[in-house]
Design a protein around this ligand. Sequence first.
Ligand code: PCA
Length: 325
Amino acid sequence: MTFKRSPLVLAVTLAALAGSAQAADWNMATPYGDASFHTQNTKQFAADVREATDGELNITVHSGGSLIAHGEIKPSVRRGTVEAGEIFLSVLSNESPIFELDTLPGVAGSYDDAKQLWQATKPMITELFAEQGMLPLYAVPWPAQGIYTDFELNDPAQFEGLRVRAPNINTQRLTENLGGIPTETEESDIPTAFSTGRVDAMITSVSTGESMAAWDYVSNYSDANLWLPKNIIFVNQKAFERLDEGTQQAVLDAASEAEQRGWEASKADAGASSQALTENGISISTPNEAVAEALQAAGDTLYADWESRASDAAKALIQDYRDGQ
Ligand code: PCA
């Protein structure tokens, strides 16, 4: 018996075929606002892809958690509800201690070290994302993390009972080790956290201090150079595979440019934001000996805690990174 296609089936088939060559529209969610150099970099990435593919792939960046809340971005990309996302990598620390490595003191305190650490950890991070059907595209660090207070921080006893806004679990643990009371707060919620009196201090970068107008709430910044934590940008693997080869390559090329541009932007923003903080009346200093010692002790505890949870593979990886330094 010969099977005859009905005109309707044929039309549907043709439409599906045509569809495969049609322009794709992607949504990309990030928790960070338009004032952040990260978001500007990500928007440039989307513009580069659009241009390189003659509009075949059109990525709309939804910033400031406007489309999806931070904690839901990765699950949404995993499900394919959105095709791409950007998150603070260390918020995944509950999944694997490997995601915490860039929020541990004494591991990578400069851009060069941070770059080496990223290169050392990228294969394992890529594998963990791949297991969940996602592909990391690039990662970009924030400038070093420091401590904002509404007094001059010169005595470790000042941490006692201090309510500190923290962006991730290790910053919370560090705060606890210092005797403070941590509260996890998204960047976009910082102004509310201060204005409602929920926090007295915060740990973040000069960049976030500037974007969130830290001078409205605090007077001092202690440049403690705790660590340089990264954002990671990733896509749903199936959505990526649905793109034709040329478009896939355009995404990868734009991602590699975005990574390079982002690291430079982070360095430049560290300088520009420090200046903006100073101009707006924030007094910037480095920790005195007593505070530095307390930070060191709190950091050592944090590291020991990480080691007690890390797999042998993760510990070997950090050893390789250290050997290569
Ligand atoms: N800004 C983000 C993450 C680290 C940073 O510097 C924040 O504070 O939420």
